[in-house]
Design a protein around this ligand. Structure first.
Ligand SMILES: [Zn+2]
Length: 99
């Protein structure tokens, strides 16, 4: 039953990758699928993936939308964004302050 064993391994990696993805503020399902389809590499990718909710943010001067600090372009109005002088605290930092 080698095939069955492979499925179990894929599921295991899928769950691990999904859990890692979710703790980093990303989608559980997305990382579950990635890690289950390419077991070892998917999990490694999830581990290397940046902490989405720990990124510094800034506000788009064009439309006021809060975007990630490293974004070069606003996703809402399409404005090119200079690297800002002021950054907004990350979501994780804001949550810590509120708690
Ligand atoms: Zn904008």
């Amino acid at each position: 039953m080698a095939g069955m064993g492979y499925v179990v391994i894929c599921l295991f990696f899928g769950l691990a990758g999904g859990a890692v993805g979710r703790t980093k503020g990303s989608s559980f399902l997305l990382w579950f699928l990635i890690s289950a389809l390419i077991p070892l590499l998917g999990l490694l990718a999830a581990l290397c993936y940046r902490w989405e909710d720990r990124e510094l943010r800034r506000q788009c001067p064009g439309c006021g939308r809060v975007v990630k600090l490293h974004d070069a372009k606003c996703m809402r109005c399409g404005r090119e964004l200079e690297f800002p002088e002021v950054a907004i605290a990350s979501e994780a930092a804001v949550r810590r302050q509120a708690a």
